[in-house]
Write a protein that binds this ligand. Sequence first.
Ligand code: GUN
Length: 311
Amino acid sequence: MATVIDGKAFALRLRDYIRLQVASLKSQRGIAPGLATVLVGTDPASEVYVRNKARQTTEAGMESFQHKLNADTSEAALLELIAKLNADSKVHGILVQLPLPRHIGTERVINAIDPTKDVDGFHVSNVGLLGSGQKAMLPCTPLGCIMMLREQLGSLRGKHAVVVGRSNIVGKPMAQLLLADDCTVTIAHRYTENLPDLCRQADLLVVAVGKAEMIQGDWIKRGATVIDVGINRIERAGEIRLVGDVDFQSTAAVADAITPVPGGVGPMTIACLLFNTLTAFCRIHGLPEPQDAGFALAEGIGVLREFRHAS
Ligand code: GUN
């Protein structure tokens, strides 16, 4: 039976570390990092995500500024709000919850965010910085995944990593981070031929496709490490349950380690949002960044070492 990677416990540790850093910044300098969230419309899942993000922000001792706009808000009005948040010295991180209503151009909005405050790492300049091995703001979900992989395995060098899913939010940046950690990386997607055979070649398998329990145990190489990014609501035996993109039981029987759903990647994503907000604050104020300071040393693990790759 595989080791179950406890993302919830890891996220708690990371949030504790952030809370202590924030408390020390407040007492030394009298200022706290601030995160602004922007939600357009009333999508119930988005409302839950934004509420959780805001709650954890204040629990970490940071300022939370929540902006809730009607679904018929114009793109121009949203861009005006972004410009105000960019100019607000109390705001160090800006998160626009996706998806946006169809009449709003997502790329125009994301690229209007000051890249230094882009705590989602979605701005085109952060995407380019990551792709060229420069210091970027890293997308929260892939950052959480790579932290768990590093903690579980130490070095990832030379491993064959298969990423199933090629979204801008998870698949593509995940592949970049794995490459920066010296993995050999394959990206699979809906048109990939013979996906089960490809997955069987993976030392590390990261799955972000949004299809409940698509990956089966007989697709897994013995001893592999499996990171399940999916969160799917299904009905089973008359009950609503949350399951991942990976069939947990059959995969756990073959893999060396696996993240559960819930309690794996999800909690790490929010912890990494707080981590990015702290990082943005430090960059804006010219202070040492969290990955250069305590956490890696305190934990005795290199989870926050830099992401750089030259060739
Ligand atoms: N919607 C789903 N995932 C995300 C995310 O990571 N960030 C934002 N802003 N919206 C999302």
